[in-house]
Design a protein around this ligand. Structure first.
Ligand SMILES: [Zn+2]
Length: 361
């Protein structure tokens, strides 16, 4: 069932949306009692002429909340003792604009600092939102019931559709960082959505490759990669009627899995009811396998790749990229010289072996 959506404004004007599994919860009736200062202006983007990539400069983010105690968690529901970001005393899934955004629509163009003639600057227009998956501070995405995963997918689809329609938005990216090893600053189970004003470097590279492939074959690049993996089987970890999970043949990370729908769709809003329902059980199974690898919670990044909103949209193919930096029980992979300076990854774990280990759990 589609969740009931109700939007409110926080005291500083930011938007907050409840996605309720049962109608009539009345959560929108709770006002934000805090007196928050106006949100900071957005970042600026500077163009790196050496790599033809945009870099967001967001100085105010250095003051954001860092690992607060659990009775002062900004993502828990508001209690009598502590007014959090969520005014209601309970919620299912809630989405709100980030208080410390990397991108927003609040920038005043005159505030843009010019740099040099070689480095064009533009406002960091866009949106950054926070998605709380559950009101239970001590839970984790992997512990959610499949029905809640469905609510999360519906919320992400809602946000993708709305943010994609903003004129300044080029690409919408929902993701979850999990674990302090990844740099998480709040333990409460949550994800984020970045609506970028530019196509990201990773997506730009995919679009170049996908365009070449289409011109040569008339087919979608991602669809052909998925079909080849399904046929090869050796890197497939799990699958169901609508989705297949596989380790990419040229995986960059010790443990990396792509989870893709069998039908080519540009983004989450384009998924059918049946596809949305089938996602949760398979993804939860994958997270269980990840946590089972070393017998402790795996730090991970879970990243939805969606089609861009403008040129090249038809080349997109929705998929989730799940990967971890943990390569052994007590070892993390750090991005060192080759990866950080050259963008050239060296992976110590053979993808076929990683797939086998994940299947065996
Ligand atoms: Zn919390």
């Amino acid at each position: 069932m589609t969740p009931t959506r109700s939007a409110v404004r926080l005291s500083d004007g930011r938007e907050l949306i409840y996605f309720d599994e049962a109608p009539g919860s009345g959560r929108s009736g709770y006002p934000d009692t805090r007196q928050l200062p106006p949100p900071p202006p957005a970042s600026q983007l500077r163009h790196d002429p050496l790599t033809d990539e945009w870099v967001a400069i967001a100085a105010h983010r250095n003051t954001r909340t860092f690992l607060p105690p659990s009775d002062a968690c900004p993502l828990c529901p508001t209690t009598e003792r502590f007014a959090s970001e969520i005014p209601a005393p309970s919620y299912d899934v809630v989405v709100f604009e980030n208080q410390f955004p990397s991108f927003s629509d609040r920038i005043v163009p005159d505030e843009l600092t010019q740099v040099t003639d070689m480095v064009p600057v533009r406002p960091g227009h866009g949106r950054c939102e926070v998605v709380c998956f559950t009101s239970d501070h001590d839970s984790a995405f992997g512990s959610l019931p499949p029905a809640r995963v469905r609510t999360v997918i519906d919320a992400l689809a809602d946000r993708t559709a709305e943010l994609s329609a903003l004129p300044e938005v080029a690409q919408v990216f929902p993701f979850e960082n999990r674990g302090v090893e990844i740099g998480v600053t709040l333990h409460h189970p949550h994800g984020q959505i970045y609506a970028y004003p530019t196509v990201t470097p990773k997506t730009a590279a995919y679009l170049r490759a996908a365009k070449r492939h289409f011109e040569k074959t008339g087919r979608n690049l991602y669809a052909d990669v998925l079909a080849a993996e399904q046929e090869a089987k050796v890197r497939v970890v799990a699958s169901n009627e609508h989705w297949t999970a596989y380790v990419p043949a040229a995986a960059r990370w010790p443990f990396e899995v792509h989870l893709a729908p069998h039908r080519q769709v540009p983004d989450l809003p384009a998924l059918t009811d049946a596809e949305r329902d089938a996602f949760g059980p398979l993804y939860l199974d994958l997270l269980r396998r990840f946590d089972g690898l070393f017998g402790k919670p795996m730090p991970y990044i879970s990243a939805w790749h969606q089609a861009v909103t403008g040129e090249g949209r038809e080349l997109g193919y929705l998929h989730l990229q799940l990967f971890s930096i943990r390569r052994a029980a007590d070892k993390l992979k750090f991005l060192a010289g080759s990866e950080s300076a050259m963008g050239a990854f060296v992976n110590d774990i053979v993808p076929e072996a990683a797939a086998q280990r994940l299947r065996d759990i």
